[in-house]
Ligand binder design. Sequence first.
Ligand code: AMP
Ligand code: MG
Length: 404
Amino acid sequence: MSVDEAVAMIAVRIAPVADTQVVPLAEADGRVLAEPLIARSPLPRFANSAVDGYAVRSVDLPSAAEATFAVVDRVAAGASAHAPLTERAAVRIFTGAPVPQGADTVFMQEDVCVLPDGQVVLPHGLPAGANVRLSGEDIAVGTAALPPGRRLRPQDIALAAALGATELKVRRRPRVAVFSTGDELALPGTAPGAAQLFDSNRVMLLAMLRRLGCEVSDLGILRDEAASLGPALRAAARGHDLVLTSGGVSTGDEDHVKAAVEGIGSLVLWRMAIKPGRPVAMGVIEGAPFIGLPGNPAASFVTFVYVVRPAILALAGAAPETPVPMMVRAAFSYAKKSGRREYVRASLAHGADGAFEATKFPRDGAGMLSSLVETSGMVELPEQVTSVAPGQIVAFFPYTSLLA
Ligand code: AMP
Ligand code: MG
């Protein structure tokens, strides 16, 4: 099954969390907006000056000559003009101050000559309306300033504040349970047995989930034993919106996760054409989605990014986000099987001509944590590609765009 097919099959089994909560703007970063933010006032709220200078009525300006006007008023930001602007006169104005009634154009102070008697000489040729920010030109009153499903970014929160909001209605964070599976796994901090290794996937997956705004439950390590896996997964499914495991989903005799899921729920898929990755299982346990990732750290990482992340966004009620690659030159050659999608861990460097080039990490085993740590992203090689030659343009995804 292709990655796209698998992701689509998972998507139809995921419903966004329904509960909402109201949070102050200071806590809204990264949360998913539950309803559109409607502008109750225009932005800007009133016409104001974009520069420090002199406001005039454009009808008073001669068509082909400079003008000399008296300065009849002064408006600083936060203040208002004392009276509507009279004919053939100017008002000293500062950035952000309301444009006096009648005025429609502002000359920048740098373009104006102030005479000893205080009158100003205004150059010819400034178009009517120059340097005035009109009321509502940024956001018109009554429009949806932010759509539901927006994962709020700092600039979105700024817009909400500019419109006078103090809090926003967001969806509850998805609750995700995380297990590691494997008899060989030891907890960091304990003395490992001769054949044990430290569990590294769980902290990585928990961190990736938190970055996506999830509330996580760290449920530890499960043994490779069908009898205990089933009850543990079922208990987790009851209290969470998603259950996530790593390890135990291949076809070996000691891979019991699939069987355990089949015993307590239904298995939707358990393999996809992705490298590193391949054994990825998805199922439903008592109504809650379950995703089982492969145990190899790089495989776990890649499948989290391309399979779990879209599922988390759907669960969170967020609009789908397709990571946007940088199209760069490959500085490596590579041979690949047709029919599966591959992710090559790579770093960007400047080529001889200054353009970005992707350099492949020399070791690409799915168990190599260094392949993730010493690189800055991944090159995506689509299903139909069978080779890459130096100089070819490839799609590079920086980790920064995949982990947020
Ligand atoms: P599995 O998918 O269970 O067959 O595991 C594949 C490989 O990943 C094995 O070498 C495991 O020891 C390793 N592995 C499984 N789970 C973890 C984990 N949580 N942390 C680090 N390595 C793991
Ligand atoms: Mg295992």
